[in-house]
Unconditional design. Structure first.
Length: 412
């Protein structure tokens, strides 16, 4: 059998791989945020099946394009399908604003009609191949995919995190000794600080800014991070007003349908009920009248209301970034260069900012732990800026590891 790496090869974004074994199976089909080459490469053959690890745009954003001329069966967990539909619809609006039309509403509809929902640890037949999902952590509904095809057993990690959070369960391990492990490598260079330490520091910053009459802005991904931040803020402060603006509110309303996929769900539901949604643009003036916490999309300040809030906040206020920001996005530029871009103009916001590493990805130690627990015959390192270096480090530890180049096809 063969594996073609059509995206997320020595890069972060546009995750997409193609398995040519007993059947033609695609793994994820995402977009690369804020890049000139933001779509995956064309597969060597038309896929019969598409397996989706989770709902984030860099894994789902190009899926409807597969349905312009074909109708492959799409398999994912129930939360991934529901949340993916929301985030793809939002992405279409952003792409249309930029004059990009890789697919239309009818292609999204065709994709949804071809979808099959699969829960964890259930087996499903993909023609002559089989598929099973395992809890991946990362965000609710995220899955590692075990695929038996062409006489080989492939484990695709997707994005994962072994440690649990307020809203996600810890990742679980699939059966040992797969022939191939395709593993994300986003944070192969470092570990993340302990969650308790981060939450303590978050509370200190929150108390300081609110005590000085400022507002705290939390740019956040709609799926997973918005809900976790609600729990973190409410744990730190039971009384402050929390406003949720953008796609994060729609996702938060949806989570009750998937309570079994959420850690500490009852606490999350109670904390979400204490928040206030921003449903109309005109309401944003009211939000800014008194000190509060604003959780708003987008996490990287690319689209969504978070950027407009940032540009209106004064020097008494503060923005806290809590997740990965792709290079050249507004979030990355603000953290590393001190400016954002709005309508083609570089602007230095009046509000201060900082970064706390509440990552939903595995840290370096967790990556090595997955490799050790799985003990695969071969490891392919993907979804990272230093995949080549990480593959070399794995080789030193005795693993047969490789960082495929974009467009590379490997025979197994």
């Amino acid at each position: 059998m063969e594996i073609s790496f059509l995206g997320a090869a020595q890069e972060v974004g546009r995750s997409c791989m193609h398995l040519s074994g007993s059947d033609q199976i695609m793994l994820d089909c995402g977009l690369k945020i804020h890049a000139s080459e933001n779509f995956p490469m064309d597969p060597p053959r038309r896929p019969d099946f598409v397996v989706v690890s989770h709902a984030h745009l860099d894994h789902t954003g190009f899926l409807p394009a597969l349905y312009r001329h074909d109708r492959p069966e799409l398999i994912c967990t129930p939360p991934t399908l529901a949340m993916g539909e929301l985030i793809i619809a939002d992405s279409m609006k952003i792409m249309a604003h930029r004059g990009e039309f890789p697919y239309r509403a009818q292609h999204v509809k065709r994709m949804l009609s071809a979808a099959t929902k699969l829960s964890y640890r259930k087996w499903y037949e993909l023609g002559d191949s089989t598929l099973s999902f395992y809890q991946a952590g990362h965000i609710p509904g995220a899955a590692m995919a075990e695929i038996n095809t062409g006489g080989k057993r492939i484990l695709y990690s997707g994005d994962f995190k072994l440690e649990g959070t307020h809203t996600t369960f810890p990742s679980e391990f699939a059966p040992k000794n797969p022939d191939v492990l395709i593993m994300e490598s986003t944070y192969s260079d470092r570990d993340h600080p302990p969650r308790k330490e981060l939450e303590r520091e978050f509370k200190e910053r929150l108390d300081k800014i609110l005590g000085e009459g400022g507002t705290v802005l939390l740019p956040a991904f709609a799926i997973g991070r918005t809900q976790e931040l609600v729990r973190i803020v409410r744990t730190a402060n039971r009384d402050v007003d929390i406003w949720i603006d953008g796609m994060g509110w729609k996702v938060s309303e949806m989570v009750s349908h998937f309570s079994s996929y959420m850690n500490e769900f009852k606490k999350l539901r109670a904390d979400l009920d204490s928040c206030k949604p921003v449903l109309h643009k005109k309401d944003r003036d009211k939000v800014l009248k008194r000190p509060c916490v604003i959780i708003a999309t987008a996490g990287m300040l690319q689209g969504g209301p978070a950027l407009s809030y940032l540009l209106r906040l004064g020097p008494e206020s503060h923005a806290i970034f809590t997740g990965y920001c792709v290079p050249e996005t507004n979030g990355y530029n603000l953290i590393n260069k001190g400016f954002v871009e709005y309508d083609g103009v570089q602007i230095k916001p009046k509000a201060s900012h900082s970064y706390l590493d509440f990552s939903a990805h595995a840290g370096r130690s967790e990556l090595f732990e997955l490799a050790k627990e799985m003990s695969p015959q071969k490891i392919f390192c993907v979804h990272g800026d230093r995949c080549v270096d990480f593959a070399e480090e794995l080789k030193v530890e005795g693993y047969d590891a490789h960082a495929p180049a974009l467009g590379e096809t490997v025979k197994i």
